[in-house]
Design a protein around this ligand. Structure first.
Ligand code: HEM
Length: 124
């Protein structure tokens, strides 16, 4: 395994995580029963776990640590936002209005994470 291969794995899981979240968000908006399917409840968790494992691998391998590198700190903070708002959007939000707002916020966090990853600048 090379560093570049691990980075490509990380990027692949990052893209998969985004697509799966987008699709589930659209199903939430349309009130689709697809959200209740077993694979829809299981696969995104596996993808997100592997995304995080690959992220930790890159951090350790490149010796760039959140707390030292401000762009990595920004990624972790935005990741917490992506997860928390994602849970509100797909599960916890009591009203549709709250779920829609959380969905938009989570997507904004995701876009910010990718922009920070590419530019290595927390101010994007
Ligand atoms: C939703 C979550 C995440 C997404 C969408 C994401 C996306 C990306 C992307 C697109 C790249 C490639 C950037 C480039 O070089 O062009 C990347 C690289 C990287 N990410 Fe993530 N990432 C996520 C979470 C994390 C987290 C939580 C960490 C660790 C704190 C992390 C650490 C890294 C590192 C160390 C690199 C490699 C930088 C390099 O060597 O060039 N990522 N990420």
């Amino acid at each position: 395994m090379t560093y570049l291969a691990l980075k490509h794995i990380h990027i692949t899981f990052a893209a998969l995580s985004g697509v799966l979240f987008l699709v589930r968000g659209i199903w939430m908006l349309s009130g689709s029963q697809q959200l209740q399917r077993r694979w829809v409840k299981v696969v995104p968790h596996i993808v997100d776990t592997l995304l995080l494992v690959s992220a930790i691998g890159l951090v350790v391998w490149s010796s760039q640590y959140p707390g030292e590198q401000s762009w990595l700190t920004a990624k972790v903070v935005a990741l917490v936002g992506y997860i928390a708002l994602g849970i509100i959007a797909l599960k916890r939000g009591r009203t549709k209005q709250v779920r829609v707002a959380a969905f938009v916020g989570a997507l904004a966090c995701y876009v910010y994470i990718v922009a920070v990853a590419v530019t290595k600048n927390p101010l994007v």
